[in-house]
Each structure stands twice: as structure tokens, then as C-alpha cells.
Design a binder for this molecule. Structure first.
Ligand code: ADP
Length: 667
């Protein structure tokens, strides 16, 4: 190295070792000790005047090579930097004093190196540019480190940016140091715009405060944590962790956040779905319960039906037994007339009992079919009470119990007139009375009425009988329901009376109910709307008229001999002439006889039924009255008869009085 300097000095100074040269020598030898390259370049000769020996280790070329080859610089400076280098020297020559600048150079061994240099322009005494001095430092290592850092930065960035998550890093004061592109995109800002900002600059105040609190907790606890948060209808799952340096101090908070809005929506949908499922389950449970109840009801109704049939069978067989037994006894000659009278009265009473059962069944069917008709008339309530007393007295004919009958009105002798269906009210109260009598062994039965609230009239039947348990107060008004099976064995009954009464009361626009205490007695109430009735002339009660139809002829169309004989008997007192037909065709033929004044037509006839026969008769003789008589008793049957052309209708069993009174209307 020293050799080089000496050689160069000799060349520069023409081998003269004077003081000045000595000084130069000293300077150069110092320069040779330092790490950087120094050179002097002559502008005039366009060649290096001096270059320090370090040039060899830096560029691989010796100082001689530099000095002798002025074009070496072209080879040395990498094409990437050459333009820049030229530009720089131009500025230098124009008097600018540029700063340090960096160049990429090519080592003699073709390796790339980085240098930093600074130049100084030295002018001659005339002020013309003469020499450029330069100091060159090797910065390859720094440059490589910088490059490595840049690469690693790039990798880190591309890694962060490929993440679908939002990622960020904040310092302890909450300033963003790093964010990835997903984060920036979400905030509709660029990465650069976010860095250096705080949450308060990019979020709503509320959100920012929340995030600040979370960060504070992380910094304080030095622990990582998961958070689930909602911002503007978007859900995020965030993992935050502290950045801890080697002194165990928290220097920042890093976070990574995943948009879980979709997952949340699915969760919500699942929740809704599961709610729907549980609702459906609930509905299924209700349906199931309903089915169980329906099954229980069906079983109950089955049980009721069986017990009804058993009761019914018992209720029918008992009077039947008496009727058949006593009618058999009637044939015997060993009984006196008086005893036979007694047998007949038993047969009559038992037949009426049987008839009552049939009436009840028909009534309940009518109620269920909505066929009950209400026929309102003006009547006196006092008369009704009197009629009911008479019915009550008939209850006692066979069995006399120590019971006092009381009737009560709140009118002090004054008559109360009402417009309503007398027969139906009588039917309900008769049922109350017969139950009261049935279930009372001794004491009192009181029948009365009072004016109720809101223009109503309330009838009641009170007894001192066995009473009814509270939990049975409602069910006894349902079909076939009785207080208990054991009780029905003692007292009999079909369990229809009260349900018929309830149906009738409702039809009248009223209601019935009971108040009762076990072993003390019961009071049954009937409440009906009170419509003031007009006072009318009272019909003479229970007067039997005597008819004389000796000049008339009736055609009786009846296939059953017993019934025919019965009609004959009923009509015998009227002296009317009778012709019989036993089927429909015969009835049509015989009705053509001009002497026939009226036809009594059985609806159920062989060959041609009664209604069809009536239609033909009415075609032949429009004026000839036809009265239908049938064992069918529904109101639709009556309608059918009237539609076929019948002028009147009688239901079997025939009531003597109404039978004659109806015929008399046509005679
Ligand atoms: P039935 O009398 O034919 O059984 P009801 O419908 O009239 O039918 O009565 C139903 C049930 O109500 C009776 O079987 C009886 O258990 C009870 N009941 C009705 N009236 C009385 C009463 N006055 N005292 C006690 N129990 C009664």
C-alpha cells in the first residue's frame, strides 16, 4: 500500500522530496489508513490524478488502473446508477454543492457493491473548474441489510395482506403502527391514512371507547383475550394480545379480527329455526294433549254411552215388565173387576213412564238437531203453577212420601201474565219437580217464582233431599250424566232430563242452574226473559167435547190391526162410518169413493207409502182432507207430511182429546 503511495507521489511531484511533498506524503499515508476511498479527478485531462489504495479492495482495480484508464469509470458504475452519476457531476460543474449520493458499482469480479460518495469542485485561480475531489465509502453491507429488511417488510406485508382477517398493531397510546389492507378496506381508507391515527379518528366515539377499554385491559393484564363485538350491524370475533419487550414491558397491542356476521346470521337463523322447531314441538304437544283429552273424552263418552244403554235398558225393561206382567194377569178370571181396574191403572202409568223415556230421547235429538221450536202464547204464571201442582200430585199416586208441597208467588194474589212458551216452561219445571220428588224422602218441596234482575222471571224448585256435591253441579246438566253410577242404581233415570231442560231453557233465551248442599237439599233455578203477556180470556179447562158425525165417513189407512182397532174405539162415540185400507194402493182406490169425508193416513204403509198415496189422493180429490198419523215425531217428519199434501198431523201415541179435536176441524 505504502509502495503505491510513494509511486504515485513520485509521479505527481516529479520525484522531488521537498517539504511540501513531505507533507503531502504524510497526508496521503494517513488517507491510506482510513476506510474510505479518496480521489482527485482532473477535469482538464479527464483522468484521475489520485485515488487512494483502498480503491483496490473496494472496486478490485488498482489506483494505477484508475489513473491510466480514464474510461474505467464507465465500467465501474453500474448502468442503473450511471445516469444518476452523470446528472450529479453536471450539477457539480454548474456550481451546486450536492449532498452524499449513493451509487451501485460493479466490482472487477463482477460482484455488485454499493458506495456512497461526496464530491467537491476545486477551481483554479481564474475560477475555472479544475479538479473534482471525491470521498467514497463502502455501504454494501448497509444496503444489503436494508434490502433484507425491505424484503422482510414486503413478506410481512404480503402475509398480512393475504389474511382475510383484519390485522393491526397499535402502540400503548393507541396509535396505529401497522394495519393490513383488509383492515383499511373495511374502514374505506388506505393503509397510509390509518397509520398514525387512533380509534377515535376512524371509529364512532362509542366503538372507539370500547376498543380503548379493551386495549387498556390487555396492557394492564398483559394477557391475550378474545372479544366478540358488533359494529354497524357487523359482527367480529377479535383476538387481542399484548406486545411485550425483553424488559417485560408492554409496547403495544396487536389484534386480529374475523368478520363473523355470516356466522352470526346463520346462528340467528339456527336460533329462529330452533325456536320454530320448539314452537312446532309446543304445537305438537298441545295437539298431543288435545288428542289425549279427545281420547279420554271418547272413552268417557263410550263409558257414558254404555252406562246410558244399561240405564236405558233398565228404565225400559222395568215398566215393560209391569205392563206385560199385568196385562197377562188381566186375562185371568180369578181377579175381581176392582183388582183388574188397579192392574189397568198400573199398566197405564207404566206406559206413560215408557212414553216419557221416548219423549226424552226425541227431545234430546231435536235439541241436538236444532229442531226445537218455541211457540209463545200469553198465559198466566199462576195458572202454570197450578198446572204444575196437578202434575206434582200425579207423582205421588203410587208412592206417598212425607213431603210437604209449598207453592210461592211474590204477587200476593195478583196474576202475572207473560208471553212465552208455556208448554216448554212446564216441561222444565215438571222435570225439576219429578227430580225433587225422586231425590227427597221427607221434608219439603217448594215451587215458586220471583221477578229477577234485567226483566227476567226466575222459577225455582227447592227440596230437602239428598243434595248434590259441589263438583257435580255443572256436569249433571250434560247428556246422560248422573251424580254417580251407584246412585243411579238406587234411583234409576236416564240422565237426560236436565240436559233437555238446559237445551229448552237456552232456546227460551234463558238458563238453568243449581244450588245444593249434600244431605241438605237442592234448589234448581230456571231464568227466562220476562215479556209481559196480554191478559186473555181463559179457556175452560179439561172439558171434553162430544162429537156427532153419524152422517160422515172416515177412511182409515192403517196396516196394524191393533192401531186400527184403537182408532175404531176412539171414534165409536162419534157414530162416524169407517172404511179401512191396509196398504197405500188400497187407500188411493178407496179414497175415490165420493162418500169418504176424511182420510186418516198412516205414513208407513206397505206397497205404496202413506205420503206417496196422499200425493195421488190429492191429485184425484184436492178437497179431501188427509190427516197423517205417524210414530215418527221429529219436526222434519211433520214438514214432510205437510209437503206431501196432508192437512193435519198426529204423532203416535195418539192423545184422545187432541185426536178428536183435530178431526172436528175438518168435519
Ligand atoms: P235423571 O234424573 O233421569 O237421572 P236428570 O238429567 O234429570 O236425569 O238428572 C241428572 C242427575 O242429577 C240425576 O241422576 C241426579 O244424580 C242429579 N239430580 C237431579 N236433580 C236432583 C235433585 N233434586 N236432588 C239430587 N240430585 C239431583
Amino acid at each position: 500500500m505504502k509502495k503505491n503511495t510513494t509511486r504515485l507521489l513520485k509521479k505527481l511531484s516529479g520525484n522531488k522530496y521537498n517539504r511540501k511533498n513531505q507533507l503531502k506524503y504524510k497526508v496521503y499515508s494517513i488517507l491510506e489508513q482510513v476506510k474510505f476511498v479518496i480521489y482527485q479527478y482532473s477535469i482538464k485531462s479527464r483522468s484521475y490524478r489520485y485515488i487512494s489504495p483502498q480503491a483496490y479492495s473496494l472496486f478490485g482495480y488498482s489506483p494505477e488502473e484508475f489513473v491510466t484508464n480514464p474510461l474505467l469509470v464507465r465500467k465501474l458504475i453500474h448502468p442503473d446508477s450511471f445516469g444518476y452519476f452523470k446528472e450529479h457531476w453536471k450539477k457539480l460543474l454548474h456550481g451546486e454543492v450536492p449532498d452524499f449520493y449513493e451509487l451501485k458499482v460493479v466490482h472487477k469480479n463482477n460482484g455488485i457493491r454499493w458506495v456512497q460518495q461526496r464530491n467537491l469542485l476545486i477551481r483554479n485561480s481564474k475560477g475555472e473548474p479544475e479538479i473534482i475531489e471525491g470521498v467514497v465509502t463502502d455501504i454494501t453491507e448497509r444496503k444489503l441489510a436494508e434490502e433484507a429488511l425491505r424484503q422482510s417488510e414486503l413478506q410481512k406485508r404480503s402475509f398480512l395482506n393475504t389474511l382475510p382477517h383484519l390485522a393491526w398493531l397499535k402502540d400503548v397510546n393507541g396509535y396505529y403502527i401497522e394495519v393490513n389492507e383488509s383492515f383499511a378496506r373495511r374502514r374505506k381508507l388506505s393503509v397510509k391514512e390509518i397509520i398514525g391515527k387512533t380509534d377515535y379518528d376512524i371509529y364512532s366515539r362509542r366503538d372507539a371507547e370500547k376498543y380503548r377499554k379493551e386495549d387498556a385491559w390487555i396492557i394492564e393484564s398483559k394477557e391475550a383475550c378474545f372479544f366478540e363485538e358488533k359494529s354497524n350491524n357487523e359482527w367480529f370475533e377479535t383476538f387481542k394480545a399484548p406486545i411485550i419487550n425483553e424488559n417485560n414491558e408492554v409496547t403495544g397491542v396487536t389484534g386480529i379480527s374475523l368478520d363473523i356476521t355470516k356466522r352470526k346470521q346463520i346462528d340467528e337463523e339456527l336460533k329462529l329455526y330452533s325456536k320454530k322447531l320448539s314452537d312446532q314441538n309446543e304445537i305438537l304437544r298441545i295437539i298431543n294433549d288435545e288428542l289425549i283429552r279427545a281420547k279420554e273424552r271418547a272413552e268417557e263418552s263410550d263409558r257414558l254411552k254404555s252406562s246410558f244403554l244399561a240405564n236405558m235398558s233398565h228404565e225400559i225393561r222395568t215398566p215393560m215388565n209391569a205392563i206385560l206382567g199385568f196385562s197377562e194377569l188381566l186375562k185371568s178370571k180369578k181377579f175381581t173387576d176392582e183388582r183388574k181396574e188397579n192392574f189397568i191403572s198400573i199398566i197405564n202409568s207404566k206406559s206413560r213412564q215408557l212414553m216419557q223415556i221416548i219423549e226424552d230421547i226425541i227431545d234430546i235429538s231435536k235439541i241436538e238437531a236444532g229442531q226445537i221450536k218455541i211457540t209463545s202464547i200469553n198465559f198466566s204464571v199462576n195458572d202454570l203453577i197450578e198446572d204444575l201442582e196437578i202434575s206434582y200430585n200425579t207423582l205421588q199416586t203410587h208412592e206417598k212420601k212425607p213431603i210437604r208441597f209449598i207453592k210461592k208467588t211474590d204477587r200476593k194474589g195478583e196474576e202475572l201474565w207473560i208471553n212465552s212458551d208455556k208448554l216448554r216452561i212446564e216441561q222444565i219445571l215438571t222435570n225439576f219437580l219429578s227430580n225433587a220428588y225422586k231425590f227427597t224422602d221427607e221434608g219439603e218441596i217448594e215451587l215458586g217464582y220471583e221477578m229477577g234482575r234485567n226483566n227476567t222471571l226466575v222459577f225455582y224448585v227447592r227440596d230437602t233431599g239428598i243434595g248434590i256435591e259441589k263438583d257435580k253441579h255443572k256436569i249433571i246438566f250434560e247428556h246422560f250424566r248422573q251424580v254417580s253410577v251407584s246412585q243411579s242404581r238406587i234411583y234409576g233415570g236416564t240422565g237426560l232430563g236436565l240436559s233437555i231442560s238446559r237445551g229448552l231453557a237456552e232456546k227460551l233465551g234463558g238458563s238453568i242452574w243449581v244450588e245444593s248442599e249434600i244431605n241438605k237439599g237442592s234448589t234448581f233455578y230456571l231464568k227466562i226473559p220476562y215479556i209481559k203477556g196480554e191478559k186473555t180470556e181463559k179457556a175452560a179447562r179439561h172439558v171434553t167435547e162430544v162429537y156427532n158425525w153419524g152422517d160422515k165417513t172416515i177412511l182409515i189407512a192403517e196396516d196394524e190391526d191393533a192401531n186400527y182397532e184403537f182408532f175404531k174405539l176412539l171414534l165409536s162415540a162419534t157414530k162416524v162410518k169407517i172404511i179401512r185400507a191396509t196398504n197405500g194402493n188400497e187407500a188411493v182406490e178407496k179414497s175415490k169413493n165420493k162418500h169418504v169425508d176424511l182420510v186418516l193416513m198412516d205414513v208407513k204403509l206397505p206397497e205404496l207409502d202413506g205420503l206417496e198415496a196422499t200425493r195421488i189422493i190429492k191429485k184425484n180429490r184436492k178437497e179431501l182432507p188427509v190427516i197423517a198419523q205417524t210414530a215418527y215425531a221429529m219436526s222434519s217428519d211433520e214438514q214432510e207430511c205437510l209437503k206431501a199434501g196432508c192437512d193435519g198431523y198426529l204423532a203416535k201415541p195418539i192423545d184422545t182429546r187432541s185426536f178428536l179435536s183435530l178431526i172436528s176441524q175438518f168435519m
